[in-house]
Write a protein that binds this ligand. Structure first.
Ligand code: CA
Length: 230
């Protein structure tokens, strides 16, 4: 039985980069659809319904962020931005507009493939609608509100539980400080970075084998955090 290939829509105006991406994605067994401008990209996203979108920001017609906004009106398909723009502001804008991840050019193809794989896994687990969230030895029972670490029940304060649940739901995704604060603490707390730092430290103490060298909750300098798949 042949498995259906995942389709990746590549929206990128530079032909050499598009070619490099196509070769690397096809050799990793993905089906690739290419497009060189934003408007056509947004239309293609709706017509071919890809499993994932790789998106440049500097496009000849509209900015990539407009493509994100347009796709997010109707779809939660994973979007990975691949751009030369490397300022924290640009990255945070793209993530706030609804991108799932951000890779700065020039990119390492292996890193990009790993990010694609992670984002596809995340999308697949979200669809399953499981009453349990797991990552490595962490298991969260959403019905009983209990957390198990390596099979042993662990105690979390309500806020720690909420933050851990948020990270587990969005595992693999690059999350900005503001997004996390808004979604976990509410609109009034989007600037309370200190809350977040304190709670991330507490969570790391509980879930990380070596809290000072985290492998679950990774710091994205200047941007926020990302929960890696174990
Ligand atoms: Ca470009």
């Amino acid at each position: 039985m042949t498995k259906k290939k995942n389709t990746i829509l590549v929206i990128e105006d530079e032909l050499p980069i598009r070619k490099v991406l196509s070769i690397s994605l096809e050799s990793a067994d993905y089906k690739v659809v290419e497009c060189d401008n934003g408007r056509e990209g947004a239309r293609l996203a709706a017509s071919i319904k890809p499993e994932l979108i790789l998106l440049d920001l500097g496009l000849p017609d509209i900015d990539g962020k407009e493509v994100i906004a347009s796709v997010r009106e109707w779809s939660q398909v994973p979007i990975i931005v691949c751009s030369v723009r490397n300022t924290d502001e640009e990255i945070i804008h793209a993530l706030s507009a609804g991108a799932d991840d951000y890779v700065v050019k020039p990119f390492n193809p292996d890193v990009l493939l790993a990010r694609i794989h992670t984002n596809l896994r995340k999308a697949a687990t979200q669809e399953a609608g499981d009453p349990e969230l797991t990552n490595g030895n962490i298991r969260m029972d959403l019905v009983r509100h209990e957390v198990f670490l390596g099979g042993a029940k662990a105690t979390f304060t309500p806020k720690e539980y909420e933050l851990l649940r948020y990270f587990l739901i969005h595992r693999g995704k690059m999350l900005t400080h503001k997004q996390i604060l808004k979604d976990v603490w509410g609109n009034a707390h989007t600037d309370d970075m200190q809350y977040l730092r304190v709670y991330v430290r507490q969570l790391r103490e509980k879930i990380e084998p070596i809290p000072t060298q985290p492998r679950f909750i990774i710091t994205e300098p200047g941007i926020g955090y990302r929960m890696e798949f174990a």
